[in-house]
Design a protein around this ligand. Structure first.
Ligand code: MN
Ligand code: MN
Length: 465
């Protein structure tokens, strides 16, 4: 091998180079990357809604020896707890040995809701040989992407007597699935010449749920009646029970490896389970001297609102309750706390290169991506983390050999997005965004790299060290 020139040496010493994690990982670590992805795929399939993600997280927590926590319970170092908020959000936490007022809480915040198509409160009708459910979509979707694919129905119905019935149809082999109609290209000339945002309008996102007329010529809307009779038989519900139901149509596809080399995973709802699962497993599976919390919250996709979104006081109350139980001053505790707000970012896509600024876009497989700021139009609505805190986190990652990168979501003034970061930061907690780059974010089926998934997990381990 020839000697390096002085310039080459200087280049190595002074220049920043992003690294592809697959390329720099040892054989052993590469195996760990692929092994970890298997558990993640299973989690995705079990947890397509925030309710299911909460349920599955609680099961995993119990399996790891965590027990349920309620406000007012005593706490001591070494305790492993989970806290459920209304069945739609869960916080798993470990009480550490370090003094809370000086060390603060180490928080990883991710969300477990995902864009989808929600069923309206009075949804069922029949028209021209078909029965449909009316919908109102949830989160930012390209509506046309949700047509002509198999859909599953997930959710709960609260019956007149208060009984809660869980519904999950379209996931098991042999289950029927559901469908949103699209127009055939033969008649789609006018549709295709318009704006893509108008290809399918909100009120056209009607979910096809039946086609068999009830065998009684005396009644009107016989297909609707068949659907109602099946719902009665299976769930004990009548039409009025839709009024107090929370049902969602989600893609019926399972998570699958993508590519000949299986480097990637395609699935519904990587945003943000690809961060929530590493947050959860980091806290469940690893001891730490810090008091750490993985907060898996709801409603991020619609602005983190409501009593299960991160803006709810319940999360602040929980942190305060933990402080009180450990005899610490909450104001001091949160001033000393640190948070990784872990949400996905956009991976640079060469097929749409024009909307990215490549130097500052996340590149697939180069590790979990830190976003100093999110927002839009001059960083509006962004947390914009302090350089000091980023420097601190950067040092943690360097010490643990985490392969990571920084990212900005798209070119300046092209668009933007927000996360839960700013709401946590409002509590006087140092916070920065860190998450996995996603291809086709918010599509019914998104793609991520297994390397970035594992990098995110390793980043959390470094944060907890
Ligand atoms: Mn997200
Ligand atoms: Mn999102």
């Amino acid at each position: 091998m020839s000697e390096k020139t002085k310039g080459q040496e200087l280049c190595e010493e002074l220049s920043y180079k992003r690294r592809n994690y697959f390329e720099v990982a040892s054989e052993e670590e590469k195996q760990a990357i692929f092994d970890y992805a298997e558990g993640y795929k299973a989690f995705l399939d079990a947890a397509k809604t925030e309710r299911e993600a909460t349920q599955r997280s609680v099961e995993l927590a119990r399996g790891a020896g965590f027990t349920e926590y309620h406000f007012g319970d005593p706490l001591k170092a070494g305790d492993k707890k989970y806290f459920v908020n209304r069945g739609k959000s869960v916080v798993v936490f470990r009480v550490g040995s370090l003094p809370l007022e000086e060390d603060g809480l180490r928080i990883i915040a991710s969300h477990i809701d995902a864009p989808r198509v929600d069923i309206k409160q009075n949804p069922l009708y029949e028209d021209s040989g078909m029965a449909f459910l009316k919908t109102h979509y949830y989160g930012g979707i390209k509506k046309y992407q949700w047509t002509a694919i198999p859909l599953a129905l997930h959710g709960v119905v609260i019956l007149k007597d208060g009984t809660k019935v869980e519904i999950r149809v379209g996931e098991e082999a042999g289950d029927p699935v559901f469908y949103i109609n699209d127009l055939l290209p033969h008649l789609g000339g006018e549709q295709m010449s318009g704006s893509a945002s108008k290809l399918i309008e909100g009120e056209q996102l009607n979910v096809l749920v039946g086609g068999l007329p009830y065998a009684d010529g005396e009644v009107k809307d016989r297909i609707k009646l068949t659907v109602l009779s099946v719902l009665k038989e299976k769930y004990g519900m009548c039409e009025e029970d839709f009024l107090s139901a929370e049902l969602s149509a989600v893609p019926a596809f399972p998570a699958r490896d993508v590519g000949f080399d299986r480097a990637l995973i395609g699935a519904y709802g990587h945003d943000d389970r690809v961060c929530a699962y590493p947050a959860l497993t980091a806290v469940l599976w690893n001891e730490t001297p810090h008091t750490v919390l993985a907060m898996l919250v709801d409603k991020e996709e619609i602005g983190s609102e409501g009593n299960t979104g991160i803006q709810s006081k319940v999360y602040e109350d929980l942190m305060e309750e933990i402080s009180i139980a450990l005899g610490a001053n909450f104001r001091k505790v949160r001033a000393a706390s640190k948070c990784l707000s872990s949400d996905v970012t956009a991976a640079f896509d060469p097929n749409f290169a024009g909307v990215y600024e490549k130097m500052n876009a996340a590149i697939l497989s180069c590790g979990t991506a830190m976003c100093k700021f999110t927002g839009a139009r001059g960083k509006s609505g962004s947390n914009d983390a302090n350089a000091e805190f980023i420097g601190e986190v950067r040092k943690m990652f360097a010490e643990e050999g985490v392969v990571w990168q920084t990212a900005e979501l798209g070119k300046v003034d092209i668009g933007g997005g927000g996360t839960v970061a700013k709401f946590v930061a409002n509590l006087n907690i140092d916070t920065v965004d860190l998450g996995v780059p996603v291809i086709s974010m918010h599509a019914p089926w998104e793609v991520i790299s297994k390397a970035d998934l594992y990098s995110n997990y390793k980043a959390f381990l470094a944060f907890m060290k």
